[in-house]
Design a protein around this ligand. Structure first.
Ligand code: C2O
Length: 555
């Protein structure tokens, strides 16, 4: 089913200096992957790893050689004042059309660790993605013992069918697109699939007594993933390119969009150990990909003998929300954090599924003869025909309305049973929230039990935020803030909102631009679980959005 794709990687990295400019060329091309064509960057799945240092400026020239419109998003990179290079289609840019080129330009400021890049249009990110590794400035150490080696581990999701066709069909029927056929580790599904062969397993040779830094990315489309390495303790040292207090565990949970850097010491008897990943799936009664991807970590150069069959790690049950939530709850930022202590703008957003009636002449059958939707505050986001950021810069012209509600129209028992059917009907619109420059923002994300509860990984572009609180059930605006962690909460760009629960995030709105906020389960973004925050310019020259680049694609 899967093979390693052969292609030419063209990278140009300029010479050593304190902070440098790095040039990359991304050619979006098609590769045949045994039974189907996939869209790739430079012929690779996953695509090339970008390596840079904090302070570097990147120029990435993307040329589109395929029939699809394409954009690339640098997930988690803050893009200070450079929203034009953020990448979400119809939010910060019009797509790069077939045959066209656009150069993304941005500087990495104050971020170290692992991030990733991916296509940000339709579901093309299924095969268009890769890691971004940000090292400290030259001569500066990591805040943990220097590892002997570093390994990117990219968790992906694979369909045997053509993904874009699947999405197009689901668009007509209003149903959920078919579930995936496999998960992958660095592009390979591993040993446990029917068609698995020797060359469908990613192998990591290791030496005994060394420490490895695994830079793990969940690049899957629709699944939170558990990850474990048999018999080895993992020490979490960074998440979403922010350092954490070292946290030892044998199970990780990564929501789509999230990254986790762990140290692994090869302190076990000589042998072969599986690393394995499978879904954490919290939507009761819904179909999901219940397969397991594996890779093999093999000790090298040892005098001992070992048995051939690698040792398999224990992975939690697919619906083990307790383990998933506990993992998130145990993460702390390394240093005391600069959490906004008072809040200028307090948003309360419900997060959940919804339905929409179909017109008689275009019947659909997502659920109860209706179309599946997903919403913040019961509003399903309608993608505009032109980019929001351009519309804002040139004076809007009715592309969006600045009236996204700060709270739901109706207060109700959000996670209660048997919510009336009238609550299931989604409204639609291209609504955004306007935030003054430097305002302190709190957003409480409250999952609902409309159709069913489910974990939602909510991602905000242009920012990191502090996850100051989370809980199960309905958020209590009097009691819950007393328990917030305002000292060392984890700092991330994607928060896994617990199934049937809530999460509270805080940040300072110090990056002007229009920033997409959406569920990183791609199927939910397709159903409209998205909105945008417009952060106004400040007064100083370094507090304003830069002018658009000359080659910004036009719609
Ligand atoms: Cu990783 Cu809006 O995306």
């Amino acid at each position: 089913m899967l093979v390693i794709l052969i292609g030419v990687l063209r990278l140009g990295v300029s010479a050593n200096s304190e902070s440098i400019t790095r040039h990359y060329k991304f050619n979006i091309v098609t590769r045949l992957c045994v039974s189907k064509d996939i869209v790739t960057v430079n012929g690779h799945y996953p695509g090339p790893t970008i390596r840079a240092r904090e302070g570097d400026t990147l120029f990435i020239k993307v040329t589109n050689h395929v029939e699809h419109n394409v954009t690339i998003h640098w997930h988690g990179l803050r893009q200070l004042r450079t929203g034009w290079s953020d990448g979400p289609a119809y939010i910060t840019q019009c797509p790069i059309q077939p045959g066209k080129t656009y150069t993304y330009r941005f500087t990495i400021t104050g971020q170290e660790g692992t991030l990733w890049w991916h296509a940000h249009i339709s579901w093309l990110r299924a095969t268009l993605h890769g890691a971004i590794i940000i090292y400290p400035r030259r001569g500066l150490p990591y805040p943990f013992p220097h590892p002997d080696a570093e390994v990117p581990i990219i968790l992906g999701e694979w369909w045997n069918a053509d993904v874009e066709q699947l999405v197009a069909e689901a668009n007509i029927t209003g149903r959920a697109p078919d579930i995936s056929d496999a998960f992958t580790i660095n592009g390979l599904p591993g040993a446990l699939y029917n068609c698995s062969q020797e060359d469908s397993i990613f192998r990591l040779p290791v030496t005994a007594g060394k420490t490895y830094l695994l830079r793990i990315v969940n690049a899957a489309l629709n699944n939170e993933l558990f990850f474990s390495v048999a018999n080895h303790i993992l020490t979490v040292v960074a998440i979403d390119a922010t350092y954490t207090k070292p946290y030892k565990t044998d199970i990780l949970m990564l929501a789509p969009g999230q990254t986790t850097d762990v140290l692994l010491t090869t302190d076990q008897p000589w042998g072969a150990y599986y690393m394995a990943t499978q879904a954490y799936f919290s939507a009761a009664g819904m179909p999901f990909d219940n397969t397991t991807a594996t890779a093999i970590m093999e000790y090298q150069n040892s005098p001992l003998t070992y048995t051939d069959e690698p040792i398999m790690p224990y992975l939690p049950a697919f619906n083990d929300s307790q383990t998933a939530n506990d993992f998130s709850a145990n993460l702390r930022s390394l240093e005391n954090a600069k959490v906004p202590l008072d809040v200028d703008r307090d948003l309360f957003l419900t997060v959940g599924l919804a339905l929409k009636h179909c017109p008689l002449e275009k019947p659909c059958n997502g659920f109860q003869g209706q179309r599946l939707k997903a919403t913040f505050n019961n509003i399903s986001f309608v993608r505009p025909q032109t980019a929001l950021l351009q519309a804002y810069y040139y004076g809007n012209n009715g592309v969006y309305t600045p009236d996204f509600p700060d709270k739901p129209a109706l207060e109700f028992d959000y996670t209660g049973q048997g919510l009336p059917m009238s609550f299931w009907q989604a409204q639609q619109g291209t609504k955004i929230t306007v935030l003054p420059f430097n305002s302190n923002v709190q957003i409480v994300l409250q999952n609902t039990n409309i159709i069913g509860t489910e974990n939602h990984p909510i991602h905000l572009h242009g920012y990191n935020f502090y996850i100051v609180g989370r809980g199960i059930g309905n958020y209590d605006s009097i009691q819950d803030p007393c328990k917030f962690n305002l000292v060392d909460p984890p700092e991330r760009n994607t928060v896994a909102v617990p199934a049937g629960g809530w999460a509270a995030i805080r940040f300072k709105a110090d990056n002007p631009g229009v920033w997409f906020m959406h569920c990183h389960l791609e199927v939910h973004t397709s159903w409209g679980l998205a909105a945008a925050l417009l952060v106004e310019n400040g007064f100083g020259p370094l507090e304003r959005l830069e002018p658009p680049p000359y080659d910004l694609p036009q719609c």
